[in-house]
Design a protein around this ligand. Structure first.
Ligand SMILES: [Zn+2]
Length: 364
């Protein structure tokens, strides 16, 4: 952890937390794990053992075993360089903790090293540098927010889409390291506090106020922003199904109304970002109901109904869903960030556009 990042931590009043690094849950281990690294120190509650190279840790009968010896239920693994676990390499150290009968493997590492394992998973490193820098600042801001509000007492973040996709050193790339170094210590702030940040693939023309997606009272900088920069996204316009139409019966079944046939599907409520909040369904049986835009999306499949920015059109063969964009629509539109960077905008201009009123602050 560099001095700049350390200074930032003092500013956030979280020095203790930063000293321990970011704690990322890699997953549960139920099979033996092969660890490898230089000057490995494997510490249990009872003793520390040193290994140079490979050592296998086996979870069995509710305990951890090394070379046939029971070493207890929790281990701290450090080394003089990266450590690999089953062939995947990580900066920092590893920890194995028994939580509610399961062995969890956690990677504890410096914030900037963590970002190097995230950025490429969240945005293509072939995209322009200013877009990558905007993504990096958001990933850093998000991680700091989670360090303040950890997922559990054992770790701060998941390594999956529930937080940010982290895959250790496998995800490292020259471009993401450049974006990390060029923005070292930079965080998005709103009124003196790190902002609550979200990002999504493509907004389809308007971003969405946060309260329309996850409830709550909203946030002034997570509002509906008109976006003219994401038209290059392959999902800027989509339709479902790709060809022909869904029959009224198929639509009813897919939405969970077995034995019914949809005769009308009408948008009953739209958000400020033009997304479907409520849809009224009428069935041939005379039954009527309301369904949320999000339930409609989830039941038909998030991978085909890519956003709630859609309309349902009735055709003689049934129904066609026409939509725009991909993802929840809150915060940064990634394809929009790409478009803005290609139009010559800086990462600062990009973030101030999608998070109006928020600003980037550097600690040093
Ligand atoms: Zn957009």
């Amino acid at each position: 952890m560099g001095l700049a990042a350390l200074a930032l931590t003092f500013m956030l009043g979280a020095a203790k937390k930063d000293e321990r690094g970011v704690r990322v849950l890699l997953g549960e281990i139920s099979q033996p794990v092969m660890l490898d690294g230089k000057e490995l120190k494997v510490q249990s509650k009872r003793k520390a053992q040193n290994f140079n190279g490979k050592v296998q840790v086996e979870p069995r009968d509710g305990k951890l075993w090394i070379q046939g010896k029971d070493v207890g239920a929790s281990l701290k693994i450090s080394g003089s360089g990266p450590i690999s676990a089953n062939g995947k390499s990580y900066h920092g150290g590893l920890r194995i903790e028994k939580v509610e009968g399961h062995f969890l493997m956690i990677n504890i590492l410096g914030l900037e090293d963590y970002l190097a394992g995230v950025v490429k998973n969240e945005m293509s490193v072939k995209w322009p540098m200013e877009a990558l820098k905007a993504q990096t600042i958001l990933a850093r801001t998000y991680a700091l927010g989670r360090m303040e509000q950890p997922r559990t007492e054992f770790y701060d973040l998941f390594s999956t889409v529930e937080d940010q996709v982290y895959s250790g050193m496998d995800a490292e790339a020259e471009e993401s390291w450049k974006a990390i170094k060029d923005t070292r210590g930079e965080v998005l702030f709103y009124q003196g506090k790190p902002a609550q940040v979200y990002y999504h693939s493509c907004c389809g023309g308007w971003t969405e106020p946060v309260e329309y997606v996850w409830g709550g009272s909203g946030n002034p900088y997570l509002t509906a922003v008109k976006c003219d920069y994401c038209q290059d996204c392959p999902y800027y316009f989509w339709r479902y199904p790709d060809q022909s139409a869904l029959s009224g019966q198929e639509l009813a079944n897919r939405l969970g109304y077995q034995g019914e046939t949809v005769s009308e599907a009408r948008v009953a409520d739209l958000s400020p970002g033009q997304r479907v909040i409520k849809l009224e369904l009428k069935f041939q049986s005379g039954y009527k109901t309301m369904i949320s835009g999000n339930d409609f999306r989830v039941r038909l499949g998030r991978e085909v109904i890519r956003s709630t920015l859609f309309k349902v059109e009735k055709v003689p063969e049934g129904f066609i869903v026409f939509g725009s964009g991909s993802g929840h629509g809150v915060g940064l539109c990634q394809w929009g960030a790409k478009g803005m960077a290609e139009a010559g905008k800086s990462c600062q201009q990009i973030l101030e556009y999608y998070f109006p009123g928020a600003e980037i602050k550097k600690a040093d």
